[in-house]
Ligand binder design. Structure first.
Ligand code: SAM
Length: 247
């Protein structure tokens, strides 16, 4: 009696680093060069940041699975339809990846920075990691890329680092920033006015460094106190290095 053994593919969550293509691990580069299918999220009409980072690194035969967001600004984040529509989109995206895994094909899902640190890859991981063999390849986070470029020693000794999101309300931000020795504020650019006010309340504005598109060709780094406006793109963050001096 014979029976067919079907082997499903492996899901790879691949961190591709903060922007500079050289800030990718050797393991990520190898998996990307071998992956038969490479999946990534992208906004309509855009290449996709993670895809841009891996340009020239994919195998010649690689099939690209572009997972295109259904809307960009048409449905605002605060709209009650937003969570349901995004969940449906991620369900559908995960099933497209699952279909390739079911055929026995490995799929590498790209993720900017580190996949398990605020990464978009997690929407796929949450839905599929329990169903398929899965390997996550860590990546250099945006914050470490940014503090390296800014030359900012962030934490020393027993310092406490807080990572907060600029989407939080001003009171919450001021409280957490006030308690931290050092901090990183993610998603800062679109919330810069509030972030600036919270840092001033926490007595940390003078130390804050604003980094836009860190490690990318369009990078811009400035002391936040010297930035003349509150405009910034999605790909920006604020660093608050420790006050502690070296011994
Ligand atoms: C969805 S999170 C992705 C985080 C990523 N997985 C990581 O490991 O850093 C997106 C936020 O990361 C920050 N970010 C990502 N890349 C950046 C870059 N090159 N320069 C500055 N900030 C960046 C921004 O704050 C942006 O709003």
């Amino acid at each position: 009696m014979s029976h067919v053994v079907t082997k499903t593919g492996t899901l790879y969550g691949v961190g591709v680093g903060p922007g500079d293509p050289e800030l990718m691990t050797l393991k990520a580069a190898r998996i990307l060069s071998e992956a038969p299918v490479v999946a990534y999220f992208a906004k309509r009409g855009k290449t996709g940041n993670a895809r841009r980072i891996v340009e020239g690194r994919l195998g010649a035969e690689a099939v690209e699975l572009r997972l295109e967001y259904p809307f960009t600004v048409e449905v605002p984040v605060g709209d009650p339809r937003y969570p349901a529509e995004m969940a449906a989109f991620y369900d559908e995206a995960a099933e497209k990846v699952a279909a390739r895994l079911d055929e026995g094909t490995d799929v590498a899902v790209l993720c900017e920075g580190d996949p398990l640190f605020y990464g978009s890859y997690m929407y796929i991981h949450d839905r599929l990691a329990g169903r398929y063999a899965c390997e996550v390849v860590p990546g250099i986070t945006a914050m470490s890329g940014c503090w390296a470029r800014a030359g900012a020693p962030m934490t020393r000794g027993d310092d406490m680092l807080s990572v907060v999101s600029g989407t939080m309300d001003e009171d919450g931000l001021a409280e957490r920033l006030g308690a931290a020795d050092a901090a990183v504020i993610m998603k800062a650019g679109l919330n810069l006015k509030k972030v600036r006010a919270a840092l001033a309340r926490a007595g940390k504005l003078e130390r804050a460094v604003y980094v836009e598109r860190g490690t990318m060709p369009e990078e811009s780094i400035t002391r936040l106190a010297e930035k003349p406006d509150d405009d910034g793109p999605y790909f920006s963050l604020v660093l608050v290095p420790t006050e502690r001096r070296t011994v």
